[in-house]
Design a protein around this ligand. Structure first.
Ligand SMILES: *[C@@H]1O[C@H](CO)[C@@H](O)[C@H](O)[C@H]1NC(C)=O
Ligand SMILES: *[C@@H]1O[C@H](CO)[C@@H](O)[C@H](O)[C@H]1NC(C)=O
Ligand SMILES: *[C@@H]1O[C@H](CO)[C@@H](O)[C@H](O)[C@H]1NC(C)=O
Length: 427
């Protein structure tokens, strides 16, 4: 269990630390010893690290630390969560001038990674929420998936995230799940957690934004394409984006970074369709199999992607993406996009459902980002997976009942509107 008095104590110490640091900085400025300040910066940072370590007190469990990862030096904790970076990572060397596909999920959605592998030839970074013994299942599930789909080993890195009070426990791991064939493995994974609604799970809020940030921070490439685990990219997005990026100099050091590359999102209306490219998509649209994302539930959430306009833009003939138009932001918009390392991270106060992505888009907008829509790239949302997810979450650990969900959404609404106004006041 999380010990709130410890957290309060920790917050108090962090506040104190901040004041002390501001004070120290002020003294350095006032005394005009900027030279020696910079000379001492190494000492100060090791001192700060020491203080931070002392200020964050864990009852049991691992000690927080700033650790070296393939994506640079990162603290292996964030607020009340611990992170095991690169828990599984046998990836071959990736290069900086590339795009990582990033996503996050709970244990019972790990199998979606297989679909992503079919569509993405480059590196993939997945943050998995794995409190307590769930880490044992996650460990075995990933080990088994790597047996069935060996490309996972070469392409996918997995990172575990868990709350301080629910330390990752891998003691029940046996080195793999028991299954007869790979289809059965998928069933075992997707059914995990469906039958134990009575236990602790309902109490742990799902920290979408903590997980998203972990998936982004662990990308070793300049660009990251963060998506939900149950949407499918069309083929060759990465290759075509990279061609464009090289030609337009996006990988040059002096490239002006205030742009993200929006990938419009659709959903499957009925049946299953595999739109590999824009030509297929247009055909499926004609057949009524595909429609803009959230067409009924929340059409305004993706309206700036201007699906009808986008679909009317002719297919490019060459092998690289183009910018079709710059989208006009609105405060309900939650697009998926390819963004560089400089894009602000997600606000980790948003947990469970509601406004968790809109918040970050709002932040990009107020920071002056341009939303350039790619002409040939798109995502298709797997509605079946979504419905299954709601179903499983209802049975499992997401939504104990409707009232609780409303309460969460309301809490996030307050946070979003407060945040939104806060951001606006800055400009
Ligand atoms: C964080 O880093 C410290 C020091 O390397 C290590 O002892 C600890 O287990 C790490 N915690 C996690 C969750 O990786
Ligand atoms: C839903 O999609 C159809 C096309 O498939 C479109 O005609 C309709 O206007 C959309 N509805 C909304 C509310 O956007
Ligand atoms: C999008 O905006 C950028 C920056 O203002 C501009 O350079 C570019 O030409 C615009 N692209 C289109 C297709 O309007």
């Amino acid at each position: 269990m999380v010990d709130f008095s410890l957290i309060q104590e920790r917050n108090r110490k962090i506040q104190l630390l901040k004041r002390v640091l501001i004070g120290i900085f002020g003294v350095f400025l006032v005394s005009g010893v900027s030279y020696s300040f910079f000379a001492d910066i190494k000492d100060i940072s090791s001192h700060v690290r020491h203080l931070v370590k002392r200020a964050i007190v864990f009852k049991d469990g691992p000690k927080p630390e700033i650790v070296k990862t393939p994506a640079g030096f990162l603290p292996n904790f964030t607020a009340e969560y611990m992170i095991r970076y690169f828990y599984f990572a046998d990836m071959k060397d990736s290069q900086y001038e590339d795009v990582t596909l990033a996503s996050q999920c709970s244990a019972n959605h790990l199998h979606h990674v297989i679909n992503l592998l079919e569509r993405w030839s480059g590196p993939i970074s997945i943050a998995v929420f794995a409190p307590d013994k769930e880490s044992s299942f996650v460990t075995d599930a990933i080990l088994s998936m790597r047996k069935c789909w060996p490309q996972i080993r070469d392409k996918v890195t997995f990172h575990l995230v868990y709350p301080i009070g629910h330390t990752s426990d891998v003691s029940a791991s046996t080195g793999g799940l028991e299954f007869n064939d790979c289809n059965e493995l998928v069933d075992i994974i997707s059914n995990f957690g469906g039958d134990d609604a009575g236990n602790y799970k309902g109490d742990i809020p799902y920290p979408h934004n903590v997980l998203r940030n972990v998936a982004i921070k662990t990308s070793a490439t300049k660009y990251t394409f963060l998506i939900d685990i149950d949407v499918l990219p069309n083929e060759n997005i990465r290759e075509r984006f990279n061609q464009m990026a090289i030609k337009k100099g996006y990988y040059d050091e002096d490239f002006d970074e205030n742009v993200v590359f929006v990938v419009p999102c659709f959903e499957m209306k009925k049946g299953y369709t595999r739109s590999l490219n824009k030509k297929h998509l247009l055909e499926d649209f004609q057949k009524g199999l595909i429609r803009p994302f959230h067409n009924e539930s929340c059409w305004w959430c993706h309206s700036p992607e201007e699906h009808p306009h986008w679909m009317a833009i002719p297919l490019s003939r060459n092998d690289q993406s183009k910018i079709s138009f710059n989208a006009t932001w609105n405060k309900n918009w939650e697009p998926f996009y390819i963004g560089s390392k400089n894009v602000p991270l997600f606000d980790e106060r948003f947990k469970q459902y509601g406004f968790d992505r809109q918040q970050q888009i709002c932040e990009l907008y107020t920071a002056g980002y341009i939303f350039s829509v790619l002409d040939d790239s798109f995502l298709v949302h797997d509605v079946r997976a979504f419905l299954l997810r709601l179903f499983i979450f209802k049975k499992g650990w997401k939504f104990p009942h409707v009232a609780a969900r409303l309460e969460e959404t309301y809490r996030n609404w307050v946070l979003f509107n407060f945040h939104y106004q806060e951001s606006f006041l800055k400009i």
